[in-house]
Write a protein that binds this ligand. Sequence first.
Ligand code: C2E
Ligand code: MG
Ligand code: MG
Ligand code: MG
Length: 286
Amino acid sequence: HAKEAGPGNIRFFDPAIQIALEESEAMLQDLRQALHQDELVLHYQPQTDGNGHIVGAEALVRWHHPRQGLIAPGHFIPLAETNGLILSIGRRVLQQACAAATRWRRYIGADWQLAVNVSARQFQQQTFVDEVRTIVADSSLEPHRLKLELTESLVLSDIDDTIAKMCALREDGIGFAMDDFGTGHSSLAKLKHLPLDQLKIDRSFIGDLETTPQDTAITRAIIAMGQALGLEVVAEGVETEGQSDFLRRHGCHGFQGYFFSKPLPEADFEQLLQVGVRLPQAAVCG
Ligand code: C2E
Ligand code: MG
Ligand code: MG
Ligand code: MG
């Protein structure tokens, strides 16, 4: 309690902090184990074009915890990032995603792409480019099927190194999306140098798109900017028909969100591809 903590009376032992530390230490142990026992699984969320055709997907990692059930990435990725574990997780995610996309080859069109999230620690490794190349080659995935999602803070930390890595992978045909666009601190002056293919409008702007004038303005500005720069614009977190219609009317290219489909386990997602459905019709049976 603050009252007790006067000068010379600082409490170094806070039971709440102690418990939190022990819990995250236990979770790290479990997470190391999870990697060895293949408890990390990918779910796939469809991305659609303006006609509801599935033009790609985003791979999203989940942890099948033996006692706690399915754990969302927000509960373990930040912890893994404080620790080298994110490197092993990132590698595993990329391997699984590339293998899945290779298996789906017979269902997908020429431009179909799978997006994979990359964390800062992973991208900043000196070996990142070689590692991605090796994984893609080992899976025999056509490189243009893969799109890496980066965040603003990641790309800005060392812009020259970022550009060099992106250019190297782009030469192979790998694409790049800027994730959660609009939430970071990017200066447009720096962003214009990045060899990006796509901007993903953060879902914090989409939720109240129709009722909050600031969100409406920001969303329209991002779409217009993307168009002017020749970038594809994808909206994430689209939950309603109204949002979808608004975005489509204003020229947004791609759509991702619960209105179309939640992220699906691999078998369910593959079934969507197999049937060749148009969304959001599929959301009803998903
Ligand atoms: P993200 O990359 O921005 O992914 C989009 C998140 O929004 C996903 O949460 C997705 O399930 C959620 N989402 C999609 N549509 C809707 C919607 O209509 N409404 C709402 N409320 N949410 C929606 P998820 O799967 O919990 O992932 C959270 C974050 O964890 C991701 O944000 C990404 O930053 C990170 N993440 C997920 N998988 C990986 C991974 O394999 N590697 C790394 N480094 N990070 C990952
Ligand atoms: Mg993402
Ligand atoms: Mg995002
Ligand atoms: Mg987000």
